[in-house]
Write a protein that binds this ligand. Sequence first.
Ligand code: URA
Length: 230
Amino acid sequence: MQAEQILFSQGFGSRHECLGLIVNGRFSIDGTVIKDPFEDIPTENLTFEVDGRSWRYFEKAIILLNKPEHYECSIKPLHHPSVLSLLPPPLRVRNVQPIGRLDEDTTGLLLLTDDGKLNHRLTHPKRKVPKVYRVSAKHPVTDKQIRQLLDGVKLADSDEIVKAADCKLVDEKILDLTIFQGKYHQVKRMLAAVSNRVEALQRIQFGKLVLPETLKLGEWTWVNSPADIY
Ligand code: URA
């Protein structure tokens, strides 16, 4: 792929701006400056630098963000900044979008992508992609509550019954709850349905992907392939 096309596809601005970056010597590969915008460069496993900052080439971007509290997943946030503001400009230019949503006060593993098909695949209820939430509950979680969550509970203001796919008690008030769906406030409403209450909520797993312990709140990393997720 031509150098200019690489930068354009990775969100570094208009074709004109990408051309400018290259002729001004701001684009390099392994430290070697490339000044010909039309040089043909293989994209497989490509890492390149813009102004010395290293970037991986991905035809489609998949991003894992450790979402902090007080960020909204909405593209047009109402009360807090958007999670997109935590990402560097090229990813925003590529128009990555959250895969599903986390509440403003929920932390943890949020995926974003510019691959519409993947987004649809991972959010479609029929696909049954497991999501694991670490719930800090207000009251000790009882065996009865776990049984109810596994058997299915009726959410308030809805006729729907939703079941936890798995429930693991980590501590008396800490529960790892796995669900397949992604209904509005689902975990909070499930805990409320068994007369408990969510005090804090963190998503720790999405499909096969586990939130890396080394990734601090607000930090992001690339996901290499959809095969890492499902
Ligand atoms: N369930 C909730 O209640 N909130 C979230 O953010 C995610 C799942």
